[in-house]
Design a protein around this ligand. Structure first.
Ligand SMILES: NC(=O)c1ccc[n+]([C@@H]2O[C@H](COP(=O)([O-])OP(=O)(O)OC[C@H]3O[C@@H](n4cnc5c(N)ncnc54)[C@H](O)[C@@H]3O)[C@@H](O)[C@H]2O)c1
Length: 335
């Protein structure tokens, strides 16, 4: 039977790529997004346009719907769930970004806490087969042990963004335990690629290097990031749809729940220096660097242990930073 998937945040970077790939795999997809102006709304509309062109080219209009909808509005969200019998929900809608949470905390409370609670209530009321939701590597904060494992303690977030993502995992666990909702939390590690987010370093660095404008390099570029190419991320999410967690207790308490949290990263962190070199080579220009100290809320290293995901569904990210950045820059220069 063809599964019906709700993708929240479908005009966003990951949501757009996921929707597009789900349609290629033959799923029915309903996408929702509030099209907020955290970054250029035109990019969100362009992504939606690509999706519309894809469905009309392949004559699969009946497989795809989009609604402009805010997940923090429980009434309209509830009506959407009532009108469509979703099998799967992938919640990607959120206020993203670590630094912006210093400026506009309310946006994180509304989308990531109120919105996510509404998603959980709807999954409870409409008996969803599997809820997958975006968490983040930022929950690891200043974790000392490398690579980051989902067995590590994540009780010490160092940004409001990270605190909301950790809260999502906790809220989902309680719903999963109480109402037997199969839930998978995905800790994404710095996702990048074409149609990516303008607020992220790979995008703003590419723009500045191309325009001959200086780039702010924090902590002298002495940071490691487990950059993960978008196609590898999408491959992992789609494989996971059919891997609902079993109802087991965790290794710390007796609470049984069909719940899992997984790292989804590249397992191959690169220095900011190598990352900047990859952009310089793809753009064909040298960066002008403005060296600055570490920013509050930033972490020195992100490094994903992905063994659990690899053994669960043969997840093997295969895109090097040089190849991935080249694809991004190719898109950036022709957009
Ligand atoms: N891109 C990354 O590197 C990364 C890393 C870790 C976690 N994540 C998480 O993955 C998810 C997707 O990230 P992304 O990079 O695609 O970000 P994005 O900002 O491009 O996409 C999020 C989308 O959600 C929408 N949205 C926000 N609040 C909403 C609301 N209340 N109702 C409906 N729509 C809303 C936005 O308009 C946006 O289009 C987010 O939850 C993010 O926190 C991303």
């Amino acid at each position: 039977m063809i599964k019906k998937v709700l993708v929240t945040g479908s005009a966003g970077f990951i949501g757009f790529h996921l929707t597009s790939e789900l349609l290629k795999f033959g799923f029915q997809v309903v996408g929702i997004d509030n099209l907020n102006d955290y970054y250029d709304v035109k990019l969100k509309l362009d992504r939606l346009e690509v999706l519309n062109e894809f469905v009309s080219k392949h004559k699969i209009e009946e497989a795809y719907r989009f609604f402009e909808l805010d997940i923090s509005n429980e009434v309209t969200l509830g009506k959407l769930f009532k009108d469509h019998s979703f099998d799967i929900v992938v919640n990607l809608a959120a206020q993203a970004g670590v630094r912006y949470s210093l400026k506009n905390p309310q946006a994180y409370i509304n989308s990531n806490l109120v919105g996510f609670s509404n998603i959980l209530e709807c999954c409870r009321n409409f008996k969803i087969e599997h809820l997958l939701f975006a968490s983040s590597s930022s929950v690891y904060g200043m974790n000392i042990k490398q690579p980051f494992s989902t067995d590590d303690n994540t009780d010490y977030p160092i940004s409001l963004y990270a605190a909301t993502k950790k809260s999502n995992e906790l809220l989902a666990h309680s719903y999963s335990h109480l109402f037997s909702i199969p839930c998978t939390g995905l800790r994404f590690f710095t996702v990048y690629g074409p149609y990516g987010r303008p607020d992220m370093a790979y995008y703003s660095f590419t723009k500045s290097i191309n325009d001959g404008v200086s780039i702010d390099v924090f902590n002298s570029g002495d940071m490691l990031r487990d950059f993960t190419y978008i196609d590898d991320i999408i491959d992992g999410i789609i494989k996971l749809i059919d891997h609902k967690p079993a109802c087991v207790s965790n290794n710390i308490t007796n609470a049984k729940a069909p719940f899992q949290v997984l790292n989804i990263g590249n397992n191959n962190p690169v220095t900011l220096r190598r990352f900047i070199n990859a952009i310089e080579n793809s753009v064909g220009k040298k960066a002008v660097e403005n060296l600055l100290p570490m920013q509050p809320g930033d972490v020195p290293v992100t490094y994903a242990n992905i063994d659990p995901l690899a053994s669960l569904c043969d997840f093997r990210p295969s895109t090097s930073i040089e190849d991935g950045i080249e694809k991004f820059v190719e898109w950036y220069l022709q957009k």
